[in-house]
Design a protein around this ligand. Structure first.
Ligand SMILES: *Cc1c(COP(=O)(O)O)cnc(C)c1O
Length: 392
């Protein structure tokens, strides 16, 4: 490592840092001073602003994207023995919600050299017990929704979108959140919009929204929170066994402040992606993500792949090397089928070669609005050195 590199390594560039400013802090203080902390006026305001932003008919704020996915499957009537098709290249949450309902997560492979599910594999996985397709917009790049919606229509299946990475993302001009039956967003600490923990479920129909809304708060009829306001009554009815998935006004206040910056934050991530793309493309040791002409990518992740035909170091060694140079990196994702839970369900190594190939080479680089151009250059410089020092 050169002297300058050693110097730079002293200040660690984290893989992610949330963009929290005075707006978020002031908004939280205001809620704390208001005397009403949990689900209330801020949550309803956040839902209205969010639904407007993504062009959805309905939006329900919840405690996490996992909660949103669970409610989505409940709302479309998933029950024991049903099959849900989803990509193996995703996070734990996308698959576990099927298991909550004793339904079967049916995993499918990625397209070759891609992190997105292969629509042909989705079509091939359909059986008489298939009820829904869970589409994941990996990294913020919308997956092939046109093909997936076609397959769903043809086989009368519901489409639930895991849009944990996809705010804001566009597919052929339409915002993600306005496409499928239900779309689930995450506001977890590392996501493109954060409320610390939180999520949103947008729905196309009133019926699905109503169903999720009731289930999200103990199965109590929908304006339950209003019973604490001047216009409310103490009386309520429990319609069924629901869950405790509501969002708090504290979270919603952060969300509203974040939503106002959402386009600017995306703009900054897109320009970081462009800077990475321009410089890293020249390195034979790494494959860079494709920059689409009509870029609808939220750029939640910027994932490069180690080219093992050129470099004599593997993905893990490159991540270690970056760490020594003071740069945080990550991997998205260990495909679901390689985890013990899915082995117990009968999945084996080698089952999804495209996903395994992608996983083995993948490195997620830091990409967040708080990064300076110098931070981005530092990552590029480190990768250039790693590239030059490790040729076969
Ligand atoms: C983060 C994430 C989730 C879960 O989001 P939470 O809000 O933490 O529940 C679901 N799916 C994907 C693909 C994710 O990355």
């Amino acid at each position: 490592m050169s002297a300058t590199a050693a110097l730079k390594a002293r200040t660690f560039l984290p893989f992610h840092r949330a963009s929290i400013g005075k707006e978020e802090i002031d908004a939280v203080v205001e809620v704390l001073r208001s005397g009403w902390l949990t689900t209330g006026p801020r949550v309803r305001e956040f839902e209205a602003a969010f639904k407007n932003y993504v062009g959805a008919e309905h939006a329900l704020a919840v405690s996490s994207c996992t909660a949103a996915l669970h409610l989505a499957l409940l709302a479309i009537g998933i029950t024991e023995g049903d099959e849900i098709i989803l990509p193996t290249m995703t996070f734990a949450a996308s698959g576990e919600v099927a298991l909550y309902l004793r339904a079967h997560p049916v995993l499918v492979d990625c397209k070759k050299d891609s992190f997105q599910a292969d629509p042909a594999e989705i079509a091939r996985a359909i059986t008489p017990r298939t009820r829904a397709i869970l589409a994941v917009h990996y990294g913020g790049q919308p997956c092939d929704m046109e093909a997936i919606l076609d397959i769903a229509t043809h086989h009368r299946l519901k489409v639930i979108e895991d849009a944990a990475h996809a705010l804001p993302s566009r597919h052929k001009g339409a915002m993600v959140g306005s496409l499928g039956d239900i779309t689930c967003f995450s506001f977890y600490a590392t996501k493109t919009l954060t409320t610390g923990e939180g999520g949103m479920a947008t729905a196309r129909s009133q019926e699905l929204d109503d169903r999720m809304r009731i289930l999200s708060l103990h199965g109590i009829n929908r304006d339950a929170w209003k019973r604490y306001t001047a216009e409310g009554s103490w009386r309520y009815e429990i319609l069924e066994a629901g869950y405790k998935y509501n969002m708090t006004d504290i979270q919603a206040a952060i969300g509203l402040a974040q939503l106002a910056k959402c386009d600017d934050m995306r703009q900054r991530r897109a320009s970081i992606a462009a800077q990475y793309g321009r410089e890293l493309e020249a390195l034979d040791g790494f494959h860079t993500p494709q920059m689409e002409e009509d870029d609808g990518n939220a750029w939640h992740l910027y994932v490069i792949r180690v080219n093992s035909s050129v470099l004599r170091v593997n993905r893990d060694q490159v991540i270690e090397d970056l760490k020594r140079r003071g740069i945080g990196a990550s991997v998205h994702f260990i495909p679901l089928h390689l985890h013990p839970l899915y082995r117990r369900l009968g999945y084996r190594d080698g089952k999804f070669p495209n996903a395994e190939e992608q996983f083995n080479a993948a490195i997620s680089l830091p990409i967040y609005p708080g990064m300076t151009d110098e931070d981005v250059d530092r990552v590029i410089e480190a990768l250039s050195e790693i590239d030059h020092q490790n040729r076969k």
